[in-house]
Design a protein. Structure first.
Length: 211
């Protein structure tokens, strides 16, 4: 197998770099009770990987007013920010990011989490990347290839020199739609799809790519 040279690595955030499941559970359980949704966390969690408003639609939560979804998200986000102690980084995340930086490889995060919480959590763990992309910053969220295509143009890097590391089918489809390399982390949240490359640690990537 010929290893592909990688010049840009794009990470999903939740389930790839950041273990935030408990934080999500705490936040969802509070808004679930507050608004009497009667939707358990496991049902909510099935849709992780797409923006919050889209999850509410998938769960068929009715918009009581034009601003209802915004109110729900405001409450969810506030709880999430206050409970940042339940967050932790996955093993090897900072070491791998440092290695890429030392080799002058561009790093980006493409997440469905909003920009405010993303910045707070990245600051908490002192994670720095070349670019952070959140739903507010792009026309079309994952699995649309828009964000990856924009990165390709911004850095003038060919598709076969880009690697997207994710953990859900939304990440996989995004990479497929953009025709870039994709690797699935086995420690993440998504299980019901079959990518070609699966890894148990970031060091496993060296079996398939050159950094």
């Amino acid at each position: 197998m010929i290893k592909q040279k990688i010049l840009l690595v794009v990470f999903d955030l939740d389930g790839v770099l950041l273990n935030s499941k408990q934080n999500m559970k705490i936040s969802w359980n509070v808004v679930n009770k507050k608004y009497n949704f009667r939707i358990n966390f496991s049902s909510y969690f099935k849709h992780i990987g797409i923006p919050f408003f889209q999850i509410l639609k998938k769960l068929k939560i009715e918009k009581k007013t034009k601003s209802f979804y915004k109110k729900v998200k405001f409450n969810y986000d506030n709880i999430s920010k206050k409970d940042s102690s339940s967050l932790n980084l996955y093993k090897g995340s900072k070491i791998f990011l440092k290695k890429l930086k030392n080799k002058n490889i561009k790093t980006c995060i493409l997440t469905s989490k909003d920009i405010i919480r993303s910045r707070i959590f990245l600051k908490k763990f002192e994670i720095k990347v070349n670019k952070l992309i959140t739903p507010e910053k792009i026309k079309f969220p994952k699995p649309h290839p828009y964000a990856l295509n924009q990165l390709k143009k911004k850095y003038h890097i060919k598709r076969n020199n880009i690697l997207f590391i994710g953990d859900t089918i939304h990440d996989h489809k995004c990479a497929q739609n953009a025709k870039v390399n994709y690797a699935h982390v086995n420690w993440g949240y998504g299980k019901n799809y079959k990518p070609k490359i699966k890894i148990n640690s970031f060091s496993d990537l060296e079996k398939y790519f050159i950094f």
